[in-house]
Write a new protein. Structure first.
Length: 210
């Protein structure tokens, strides 16, 4: 028998995710369960350096759990964000060369119209006390269902073929000829004989169209 939602929420691993994210929510739970499934399938432990690479297809709450559980972060260059709007997460093991991807099943979580309406009211600060209470009860129910679900009922998992990005290289910086701010040389663009950063290049192009 698997762990109960209460036992999972009391675990040190889940507590670290909540501390990092700031609050408990169903989205965080999805990321937590995804990370557990992927790491279990790879036989991997948390990555202190760049042994693992995570590819996330959403910028929603679950990504924070992926970062905490796997050790993959933007700063280390082994967390890659693709804004596809999908609860899909991939994990690559550089040493073993394998990559597994999980995607939330379409029937795993049934959309609750009442929850969505209440969420909007709470978000806008328009919810009454009884509506806030009802919203919290629905969210806790949703959270419990996710945490206690078997990973196979939550996700479609598959081994995929994809290029594993190289480890991050240290890139020198040079001063942008327009704003004077230090910028990675590989991201400077040449316009009218000047080396300019991306924001400056966008302003130049916009001005040229005006």
């Amino acid at each position: 028998m698997g762990m109960t939602a209460e036992e999972i929420q009391s675990s040190e691993a889940f507590k670290r995710c909540v501390e990092f994210h700031g609050h408990v929510c169903p989205g965080l739970a999805i990321g937590f369960k995804a990370a557990q499934a992927l790491m279990g399938h790879l036989g991997a432990t948390r990555s202190p350096d760049e042994e693992l690479v995570a590819i996330v297809e959403t910028d929603a709450c679950g990504v924070d759990a992926i970062q905490v559980m796997t050790g993959c972060t933007l700063g280390k260059g082994n967390l890659i964000l693709k804004r596809y709007g999908k609860h899909a997460f991939s994990l690559a093991d550089r040493k073993g060369g394998k990559v597994f991807r999980v995607c939330l099943r379409s029937d795993a979580i049934v959309s609750d119209p009442e929850h969505l309406v209440l969420f909007e009211k709470v978000r806008k600060g328009e919810a009454k006390a009884e509506e806030i209470d009802r919203f919290e009860k629905l969210r806790k129910k949703h959270l419990k269902e996710i945490l206690e679900a078997d990973s196979k009922t939550l996700f479609i998992m598959e081994e995929i073929e994809t290029d594993i990005p190289d480890k991050v290289r240290i890139v020198e910086s040079a001063v942008c000829d327009r704003c004077g701010e230090p910028t990675m040389v590989n991201l400077l663009q040449e316009i009218d004989g000047q080396k300019v950063c991306i924001p400056c290049s966008q302003r130049v192009l916009k001005k040229g169209k005006g």
